[in-house]
Design a binder for this molecule. Structure first.
Ligand SMILES: [Zn+2]
Length: 267
């Protein structure tokens, strides 16, 4: 699939909140082979942006049932080549504290039941896409520059552990994830990041630390706490994205647009 010319170039995937920033926007229903997705297309900064609330407009889809393939396909069909994502995270790393932002650079995948590829064999082909560097280096660089300019504290890298959810983790799981090198834990970045790469889209994700993970804070985890932190962090992320958007060049110089070269199994 190719991007439509003159379409929307940047997509923002987030929880509820960020898309309220759009000006003169309107909701659109986008049909995809995987289902219909509602996307808000509106102005933000210098251009048009597609906002996609990952969990649905009314937060009706839990993380393990989010229709990730429909979400990414919908953005691509609108012409989006770059995706900026926001994910709420628990922290396993004492240096990454609640309220802080982390620019993800690697992930560990502990999901179990999610459709994780567009390439399901047969006429849909078999593709083994390279994820050595899962997040777009160009978008990562731009976000770091924007953070510096805006005085926003953004940890430059972090390994994200993606769990299946919707439950939170046990203390033993968190101990194991720390030993494996995880910094943050969340439920949504995989397969979202992978599917973007399969569609040759650039994808970068900012993790917003909402709490210390199970067993590290000594208190019970609640969704209320997560939602409150998310609300407060949204303003900072909006400032970061507003500064990043005009820095994104029209043409891509990263390898993301050639992700399928050499990845398709020839029969
Ligand atoms: Zn890229």
């Amino acid at each position: 699939m190719r991007a439509s010319r003159g379409g929307v170039r940047v997509g923002i995937i987030g929880g509820t909140g960020l898309y309220r920033l759009a000006v003169s926007g309107g909701w659109r229903g986008v049909r995809t082979p995987y289902g219909r997705v509602e996307v808000l297309v509106g102005g933000l900064g210098p251009g048009r942006v597609a906002f996609l609330p990952r969990h649905g407009r009314k937060h009706e889809h839990p993380p393990h049932l989010v229709n990730y393939r429909a979400n990414l396909w919908a953005l691509r069909s609108l012409g989006v080549e770059r995706v900026l994502a926001v994910s709420a995270c628990g922290s396993l790393n004492p240096r990454m504290r609640p309220g802080e932002l982390v620019l993800l650079d690697q992930f560990l995948d502990f999901t179990r039941s999610r459709p994780a590829t567009f390439y399901t064999g047969g006429r849909k082909r078999v593709v083994h896409v390279d994820l050595t560097e899962p997040y777009c280096p160009e978008l990562r660089r731009i976000l770091l520059e924007a953070a510096k300019e805006e005085g926003v504290r953004l940890h430059p890298r972090g390994t994200y552990v993606c769990t299946e959810g919707p439950r939170f983790e046990t203390a033993a799981e968190i101990r194991a994830f720390r030993r494996l090198g995880g910094d943050l834990v969340g439920m949504t970045n995989v397969p979202e990041c992978v599917l973007a790469r399969e569609l040759e889209m650039c994808y970068a994700a900012v993790g917003l630390v909402t709490n210390f993970a199970a067993g590290l804070a000594g208190t019970k985890l609640t969704h209320t706490e997560v939602a409150e932190r998310m609300e407060r962090g949204t303003e900072t992320i909006a400032r970061l994205f507003l500064s990043a958007l005009p820095r994104i060049p029209a043409l891509r110089s990263c390898p993301c647009s050639r992700a399928l070269e050499g990845a398709v199994v020839r029969v």
